[in-house]
Design a protein around this ligand. Structure first.
Ligand code: NAP
Length: 268
């Protein structure tokens, strides 16, 4: 099995990363930065975002697994003291017996006056104005839906629904539902600019186009990555045909993660 490890860079994650390499070496696993079968993220959910983007071109054949060195993560579900167990399961199950769960991701197509670019997001994309509020027309399935004015728009994946989307009042979506969720970031509502005000969930095969007012300076985020533009014509978001694959060596249901992260175990 070919593997690669990314870590958050803090002392605990670095130590754990060394330990992982040592154990992997004992199991004759092959370190491969270009085309690993499995990418191991050691840190938090933010580290998994880096891992996803490092291997975004390999999504068809790579799977991810996360060890958390802080609080419980949504993408990182192994504890540091379980590293031996994880490695022996990785070796025992190999590539053929691994249980893989696939989560939907957002596909983004950005048309500028120069070119068209495709990006993929594991959590979400956001579109914000840099010097002023964002002014943009939002279309759903090629029909004008609303004129937006405000801080910005967030479009999240189901697994990203527990991240920025949640802070914006979006709903939590189970990753088994191939969908994208559109949430507003502080919209201004008056007679000219009127938006729905509620999060919108689009199914697979629907798409949403955002047409920012010409020459606006836009800050576009794709997970932790940020890009500045003043030449965007349109931004199309949809559920990608590609998916991200996570290797699961034991069950850890999504709703349990949600409960552990946000509700806790108090039963009063
Ligand atoms: P960061 O500011 O270092 O991390 C933001 C926080 O979001 C971290 O605590 C991270 O968990 C957590 N997180 C990431 N993905 C998550 C998920 N799917 N479910 C629940 N929590 C999640 O920023 P970063 O490391 O560059 O990560 C970028 C992410 O930050 C974006 O994708 C966005 O979702 C999130 N963000 C959130 C807000 C907000 O809620 N108001 C605002 C901006 C950005 P770990 O500590 O485990 O890494």
């Amino acid at each position: 099995m070919k593997y690669f490890v990314l870590n958050r860079g803090d002392e605990t994650s670095l130590k754990l990363s060394h330990k992982f390499h040592k154990l992997a070496n004992q199991y004759n696993m092959i370190l491969d930065e270009k085309s690993p079968d499995i990418a191991v993220s050691i840190g938090g959910d933010g580290t998994m975002l880096y891992a996803f983007h490092k291997f975004v071109q390999n999504l068809d054949h790579i799977s991810f697994v996360g060890i958390h060195t802080g609080h419980l993560g949504f993408y990182a579900d192994w504890k540091p003291n379980e590293i031996e167990q994880l490695l022996s399961l990785m070796v025992e199950k190999g590539n053929s017996e691994q249980i893989i769960v696939e989560y939907p991701i957002v596909q983004l197509e950005i048309k500028t006056i120069k070119d068209t670019r495709i990006y993929y997001a594991l959590n979400e994309i956001t579109i914000k104005g840099i010097h002023a509020t964002l002014v943009a027309q939002l279309d759903i399935n090629d029909d004008q839906f609303e004129m937006f004015r405000g801080d910005g728009i967030c479009i999240s994946t189901p697994s990203g629904s527990t991240a920025y989307n949640k802070g914006l009042g979006g709903g939590i979506i189970h990753p088994a539902l191939p969908s994208i969720q559109i949430t507003e970031i502080a919209s201004i509502n008056n007679r000219v600019f009127r938006t729905l005000g509620s999060p919108i969930i689009l199914p697979k095969h629907h798409h949403c186009d955002i047409y920012p007012k010409a020459k606006q300076k836009i800050l576009l985020s794709v997970d932790h990555l940020q890009f500045e533009h003043d030449d965007i014509i349109s931004i199309r978001s949809s559920v990608s045909h590609k998916k991200v694959r996570f290797a699961r060596y034991r069950p850890f249901p999504f709703w349990n993660r949600v409960k552990d992260a946000f509700v806790g175990n108090e039963s009063n």
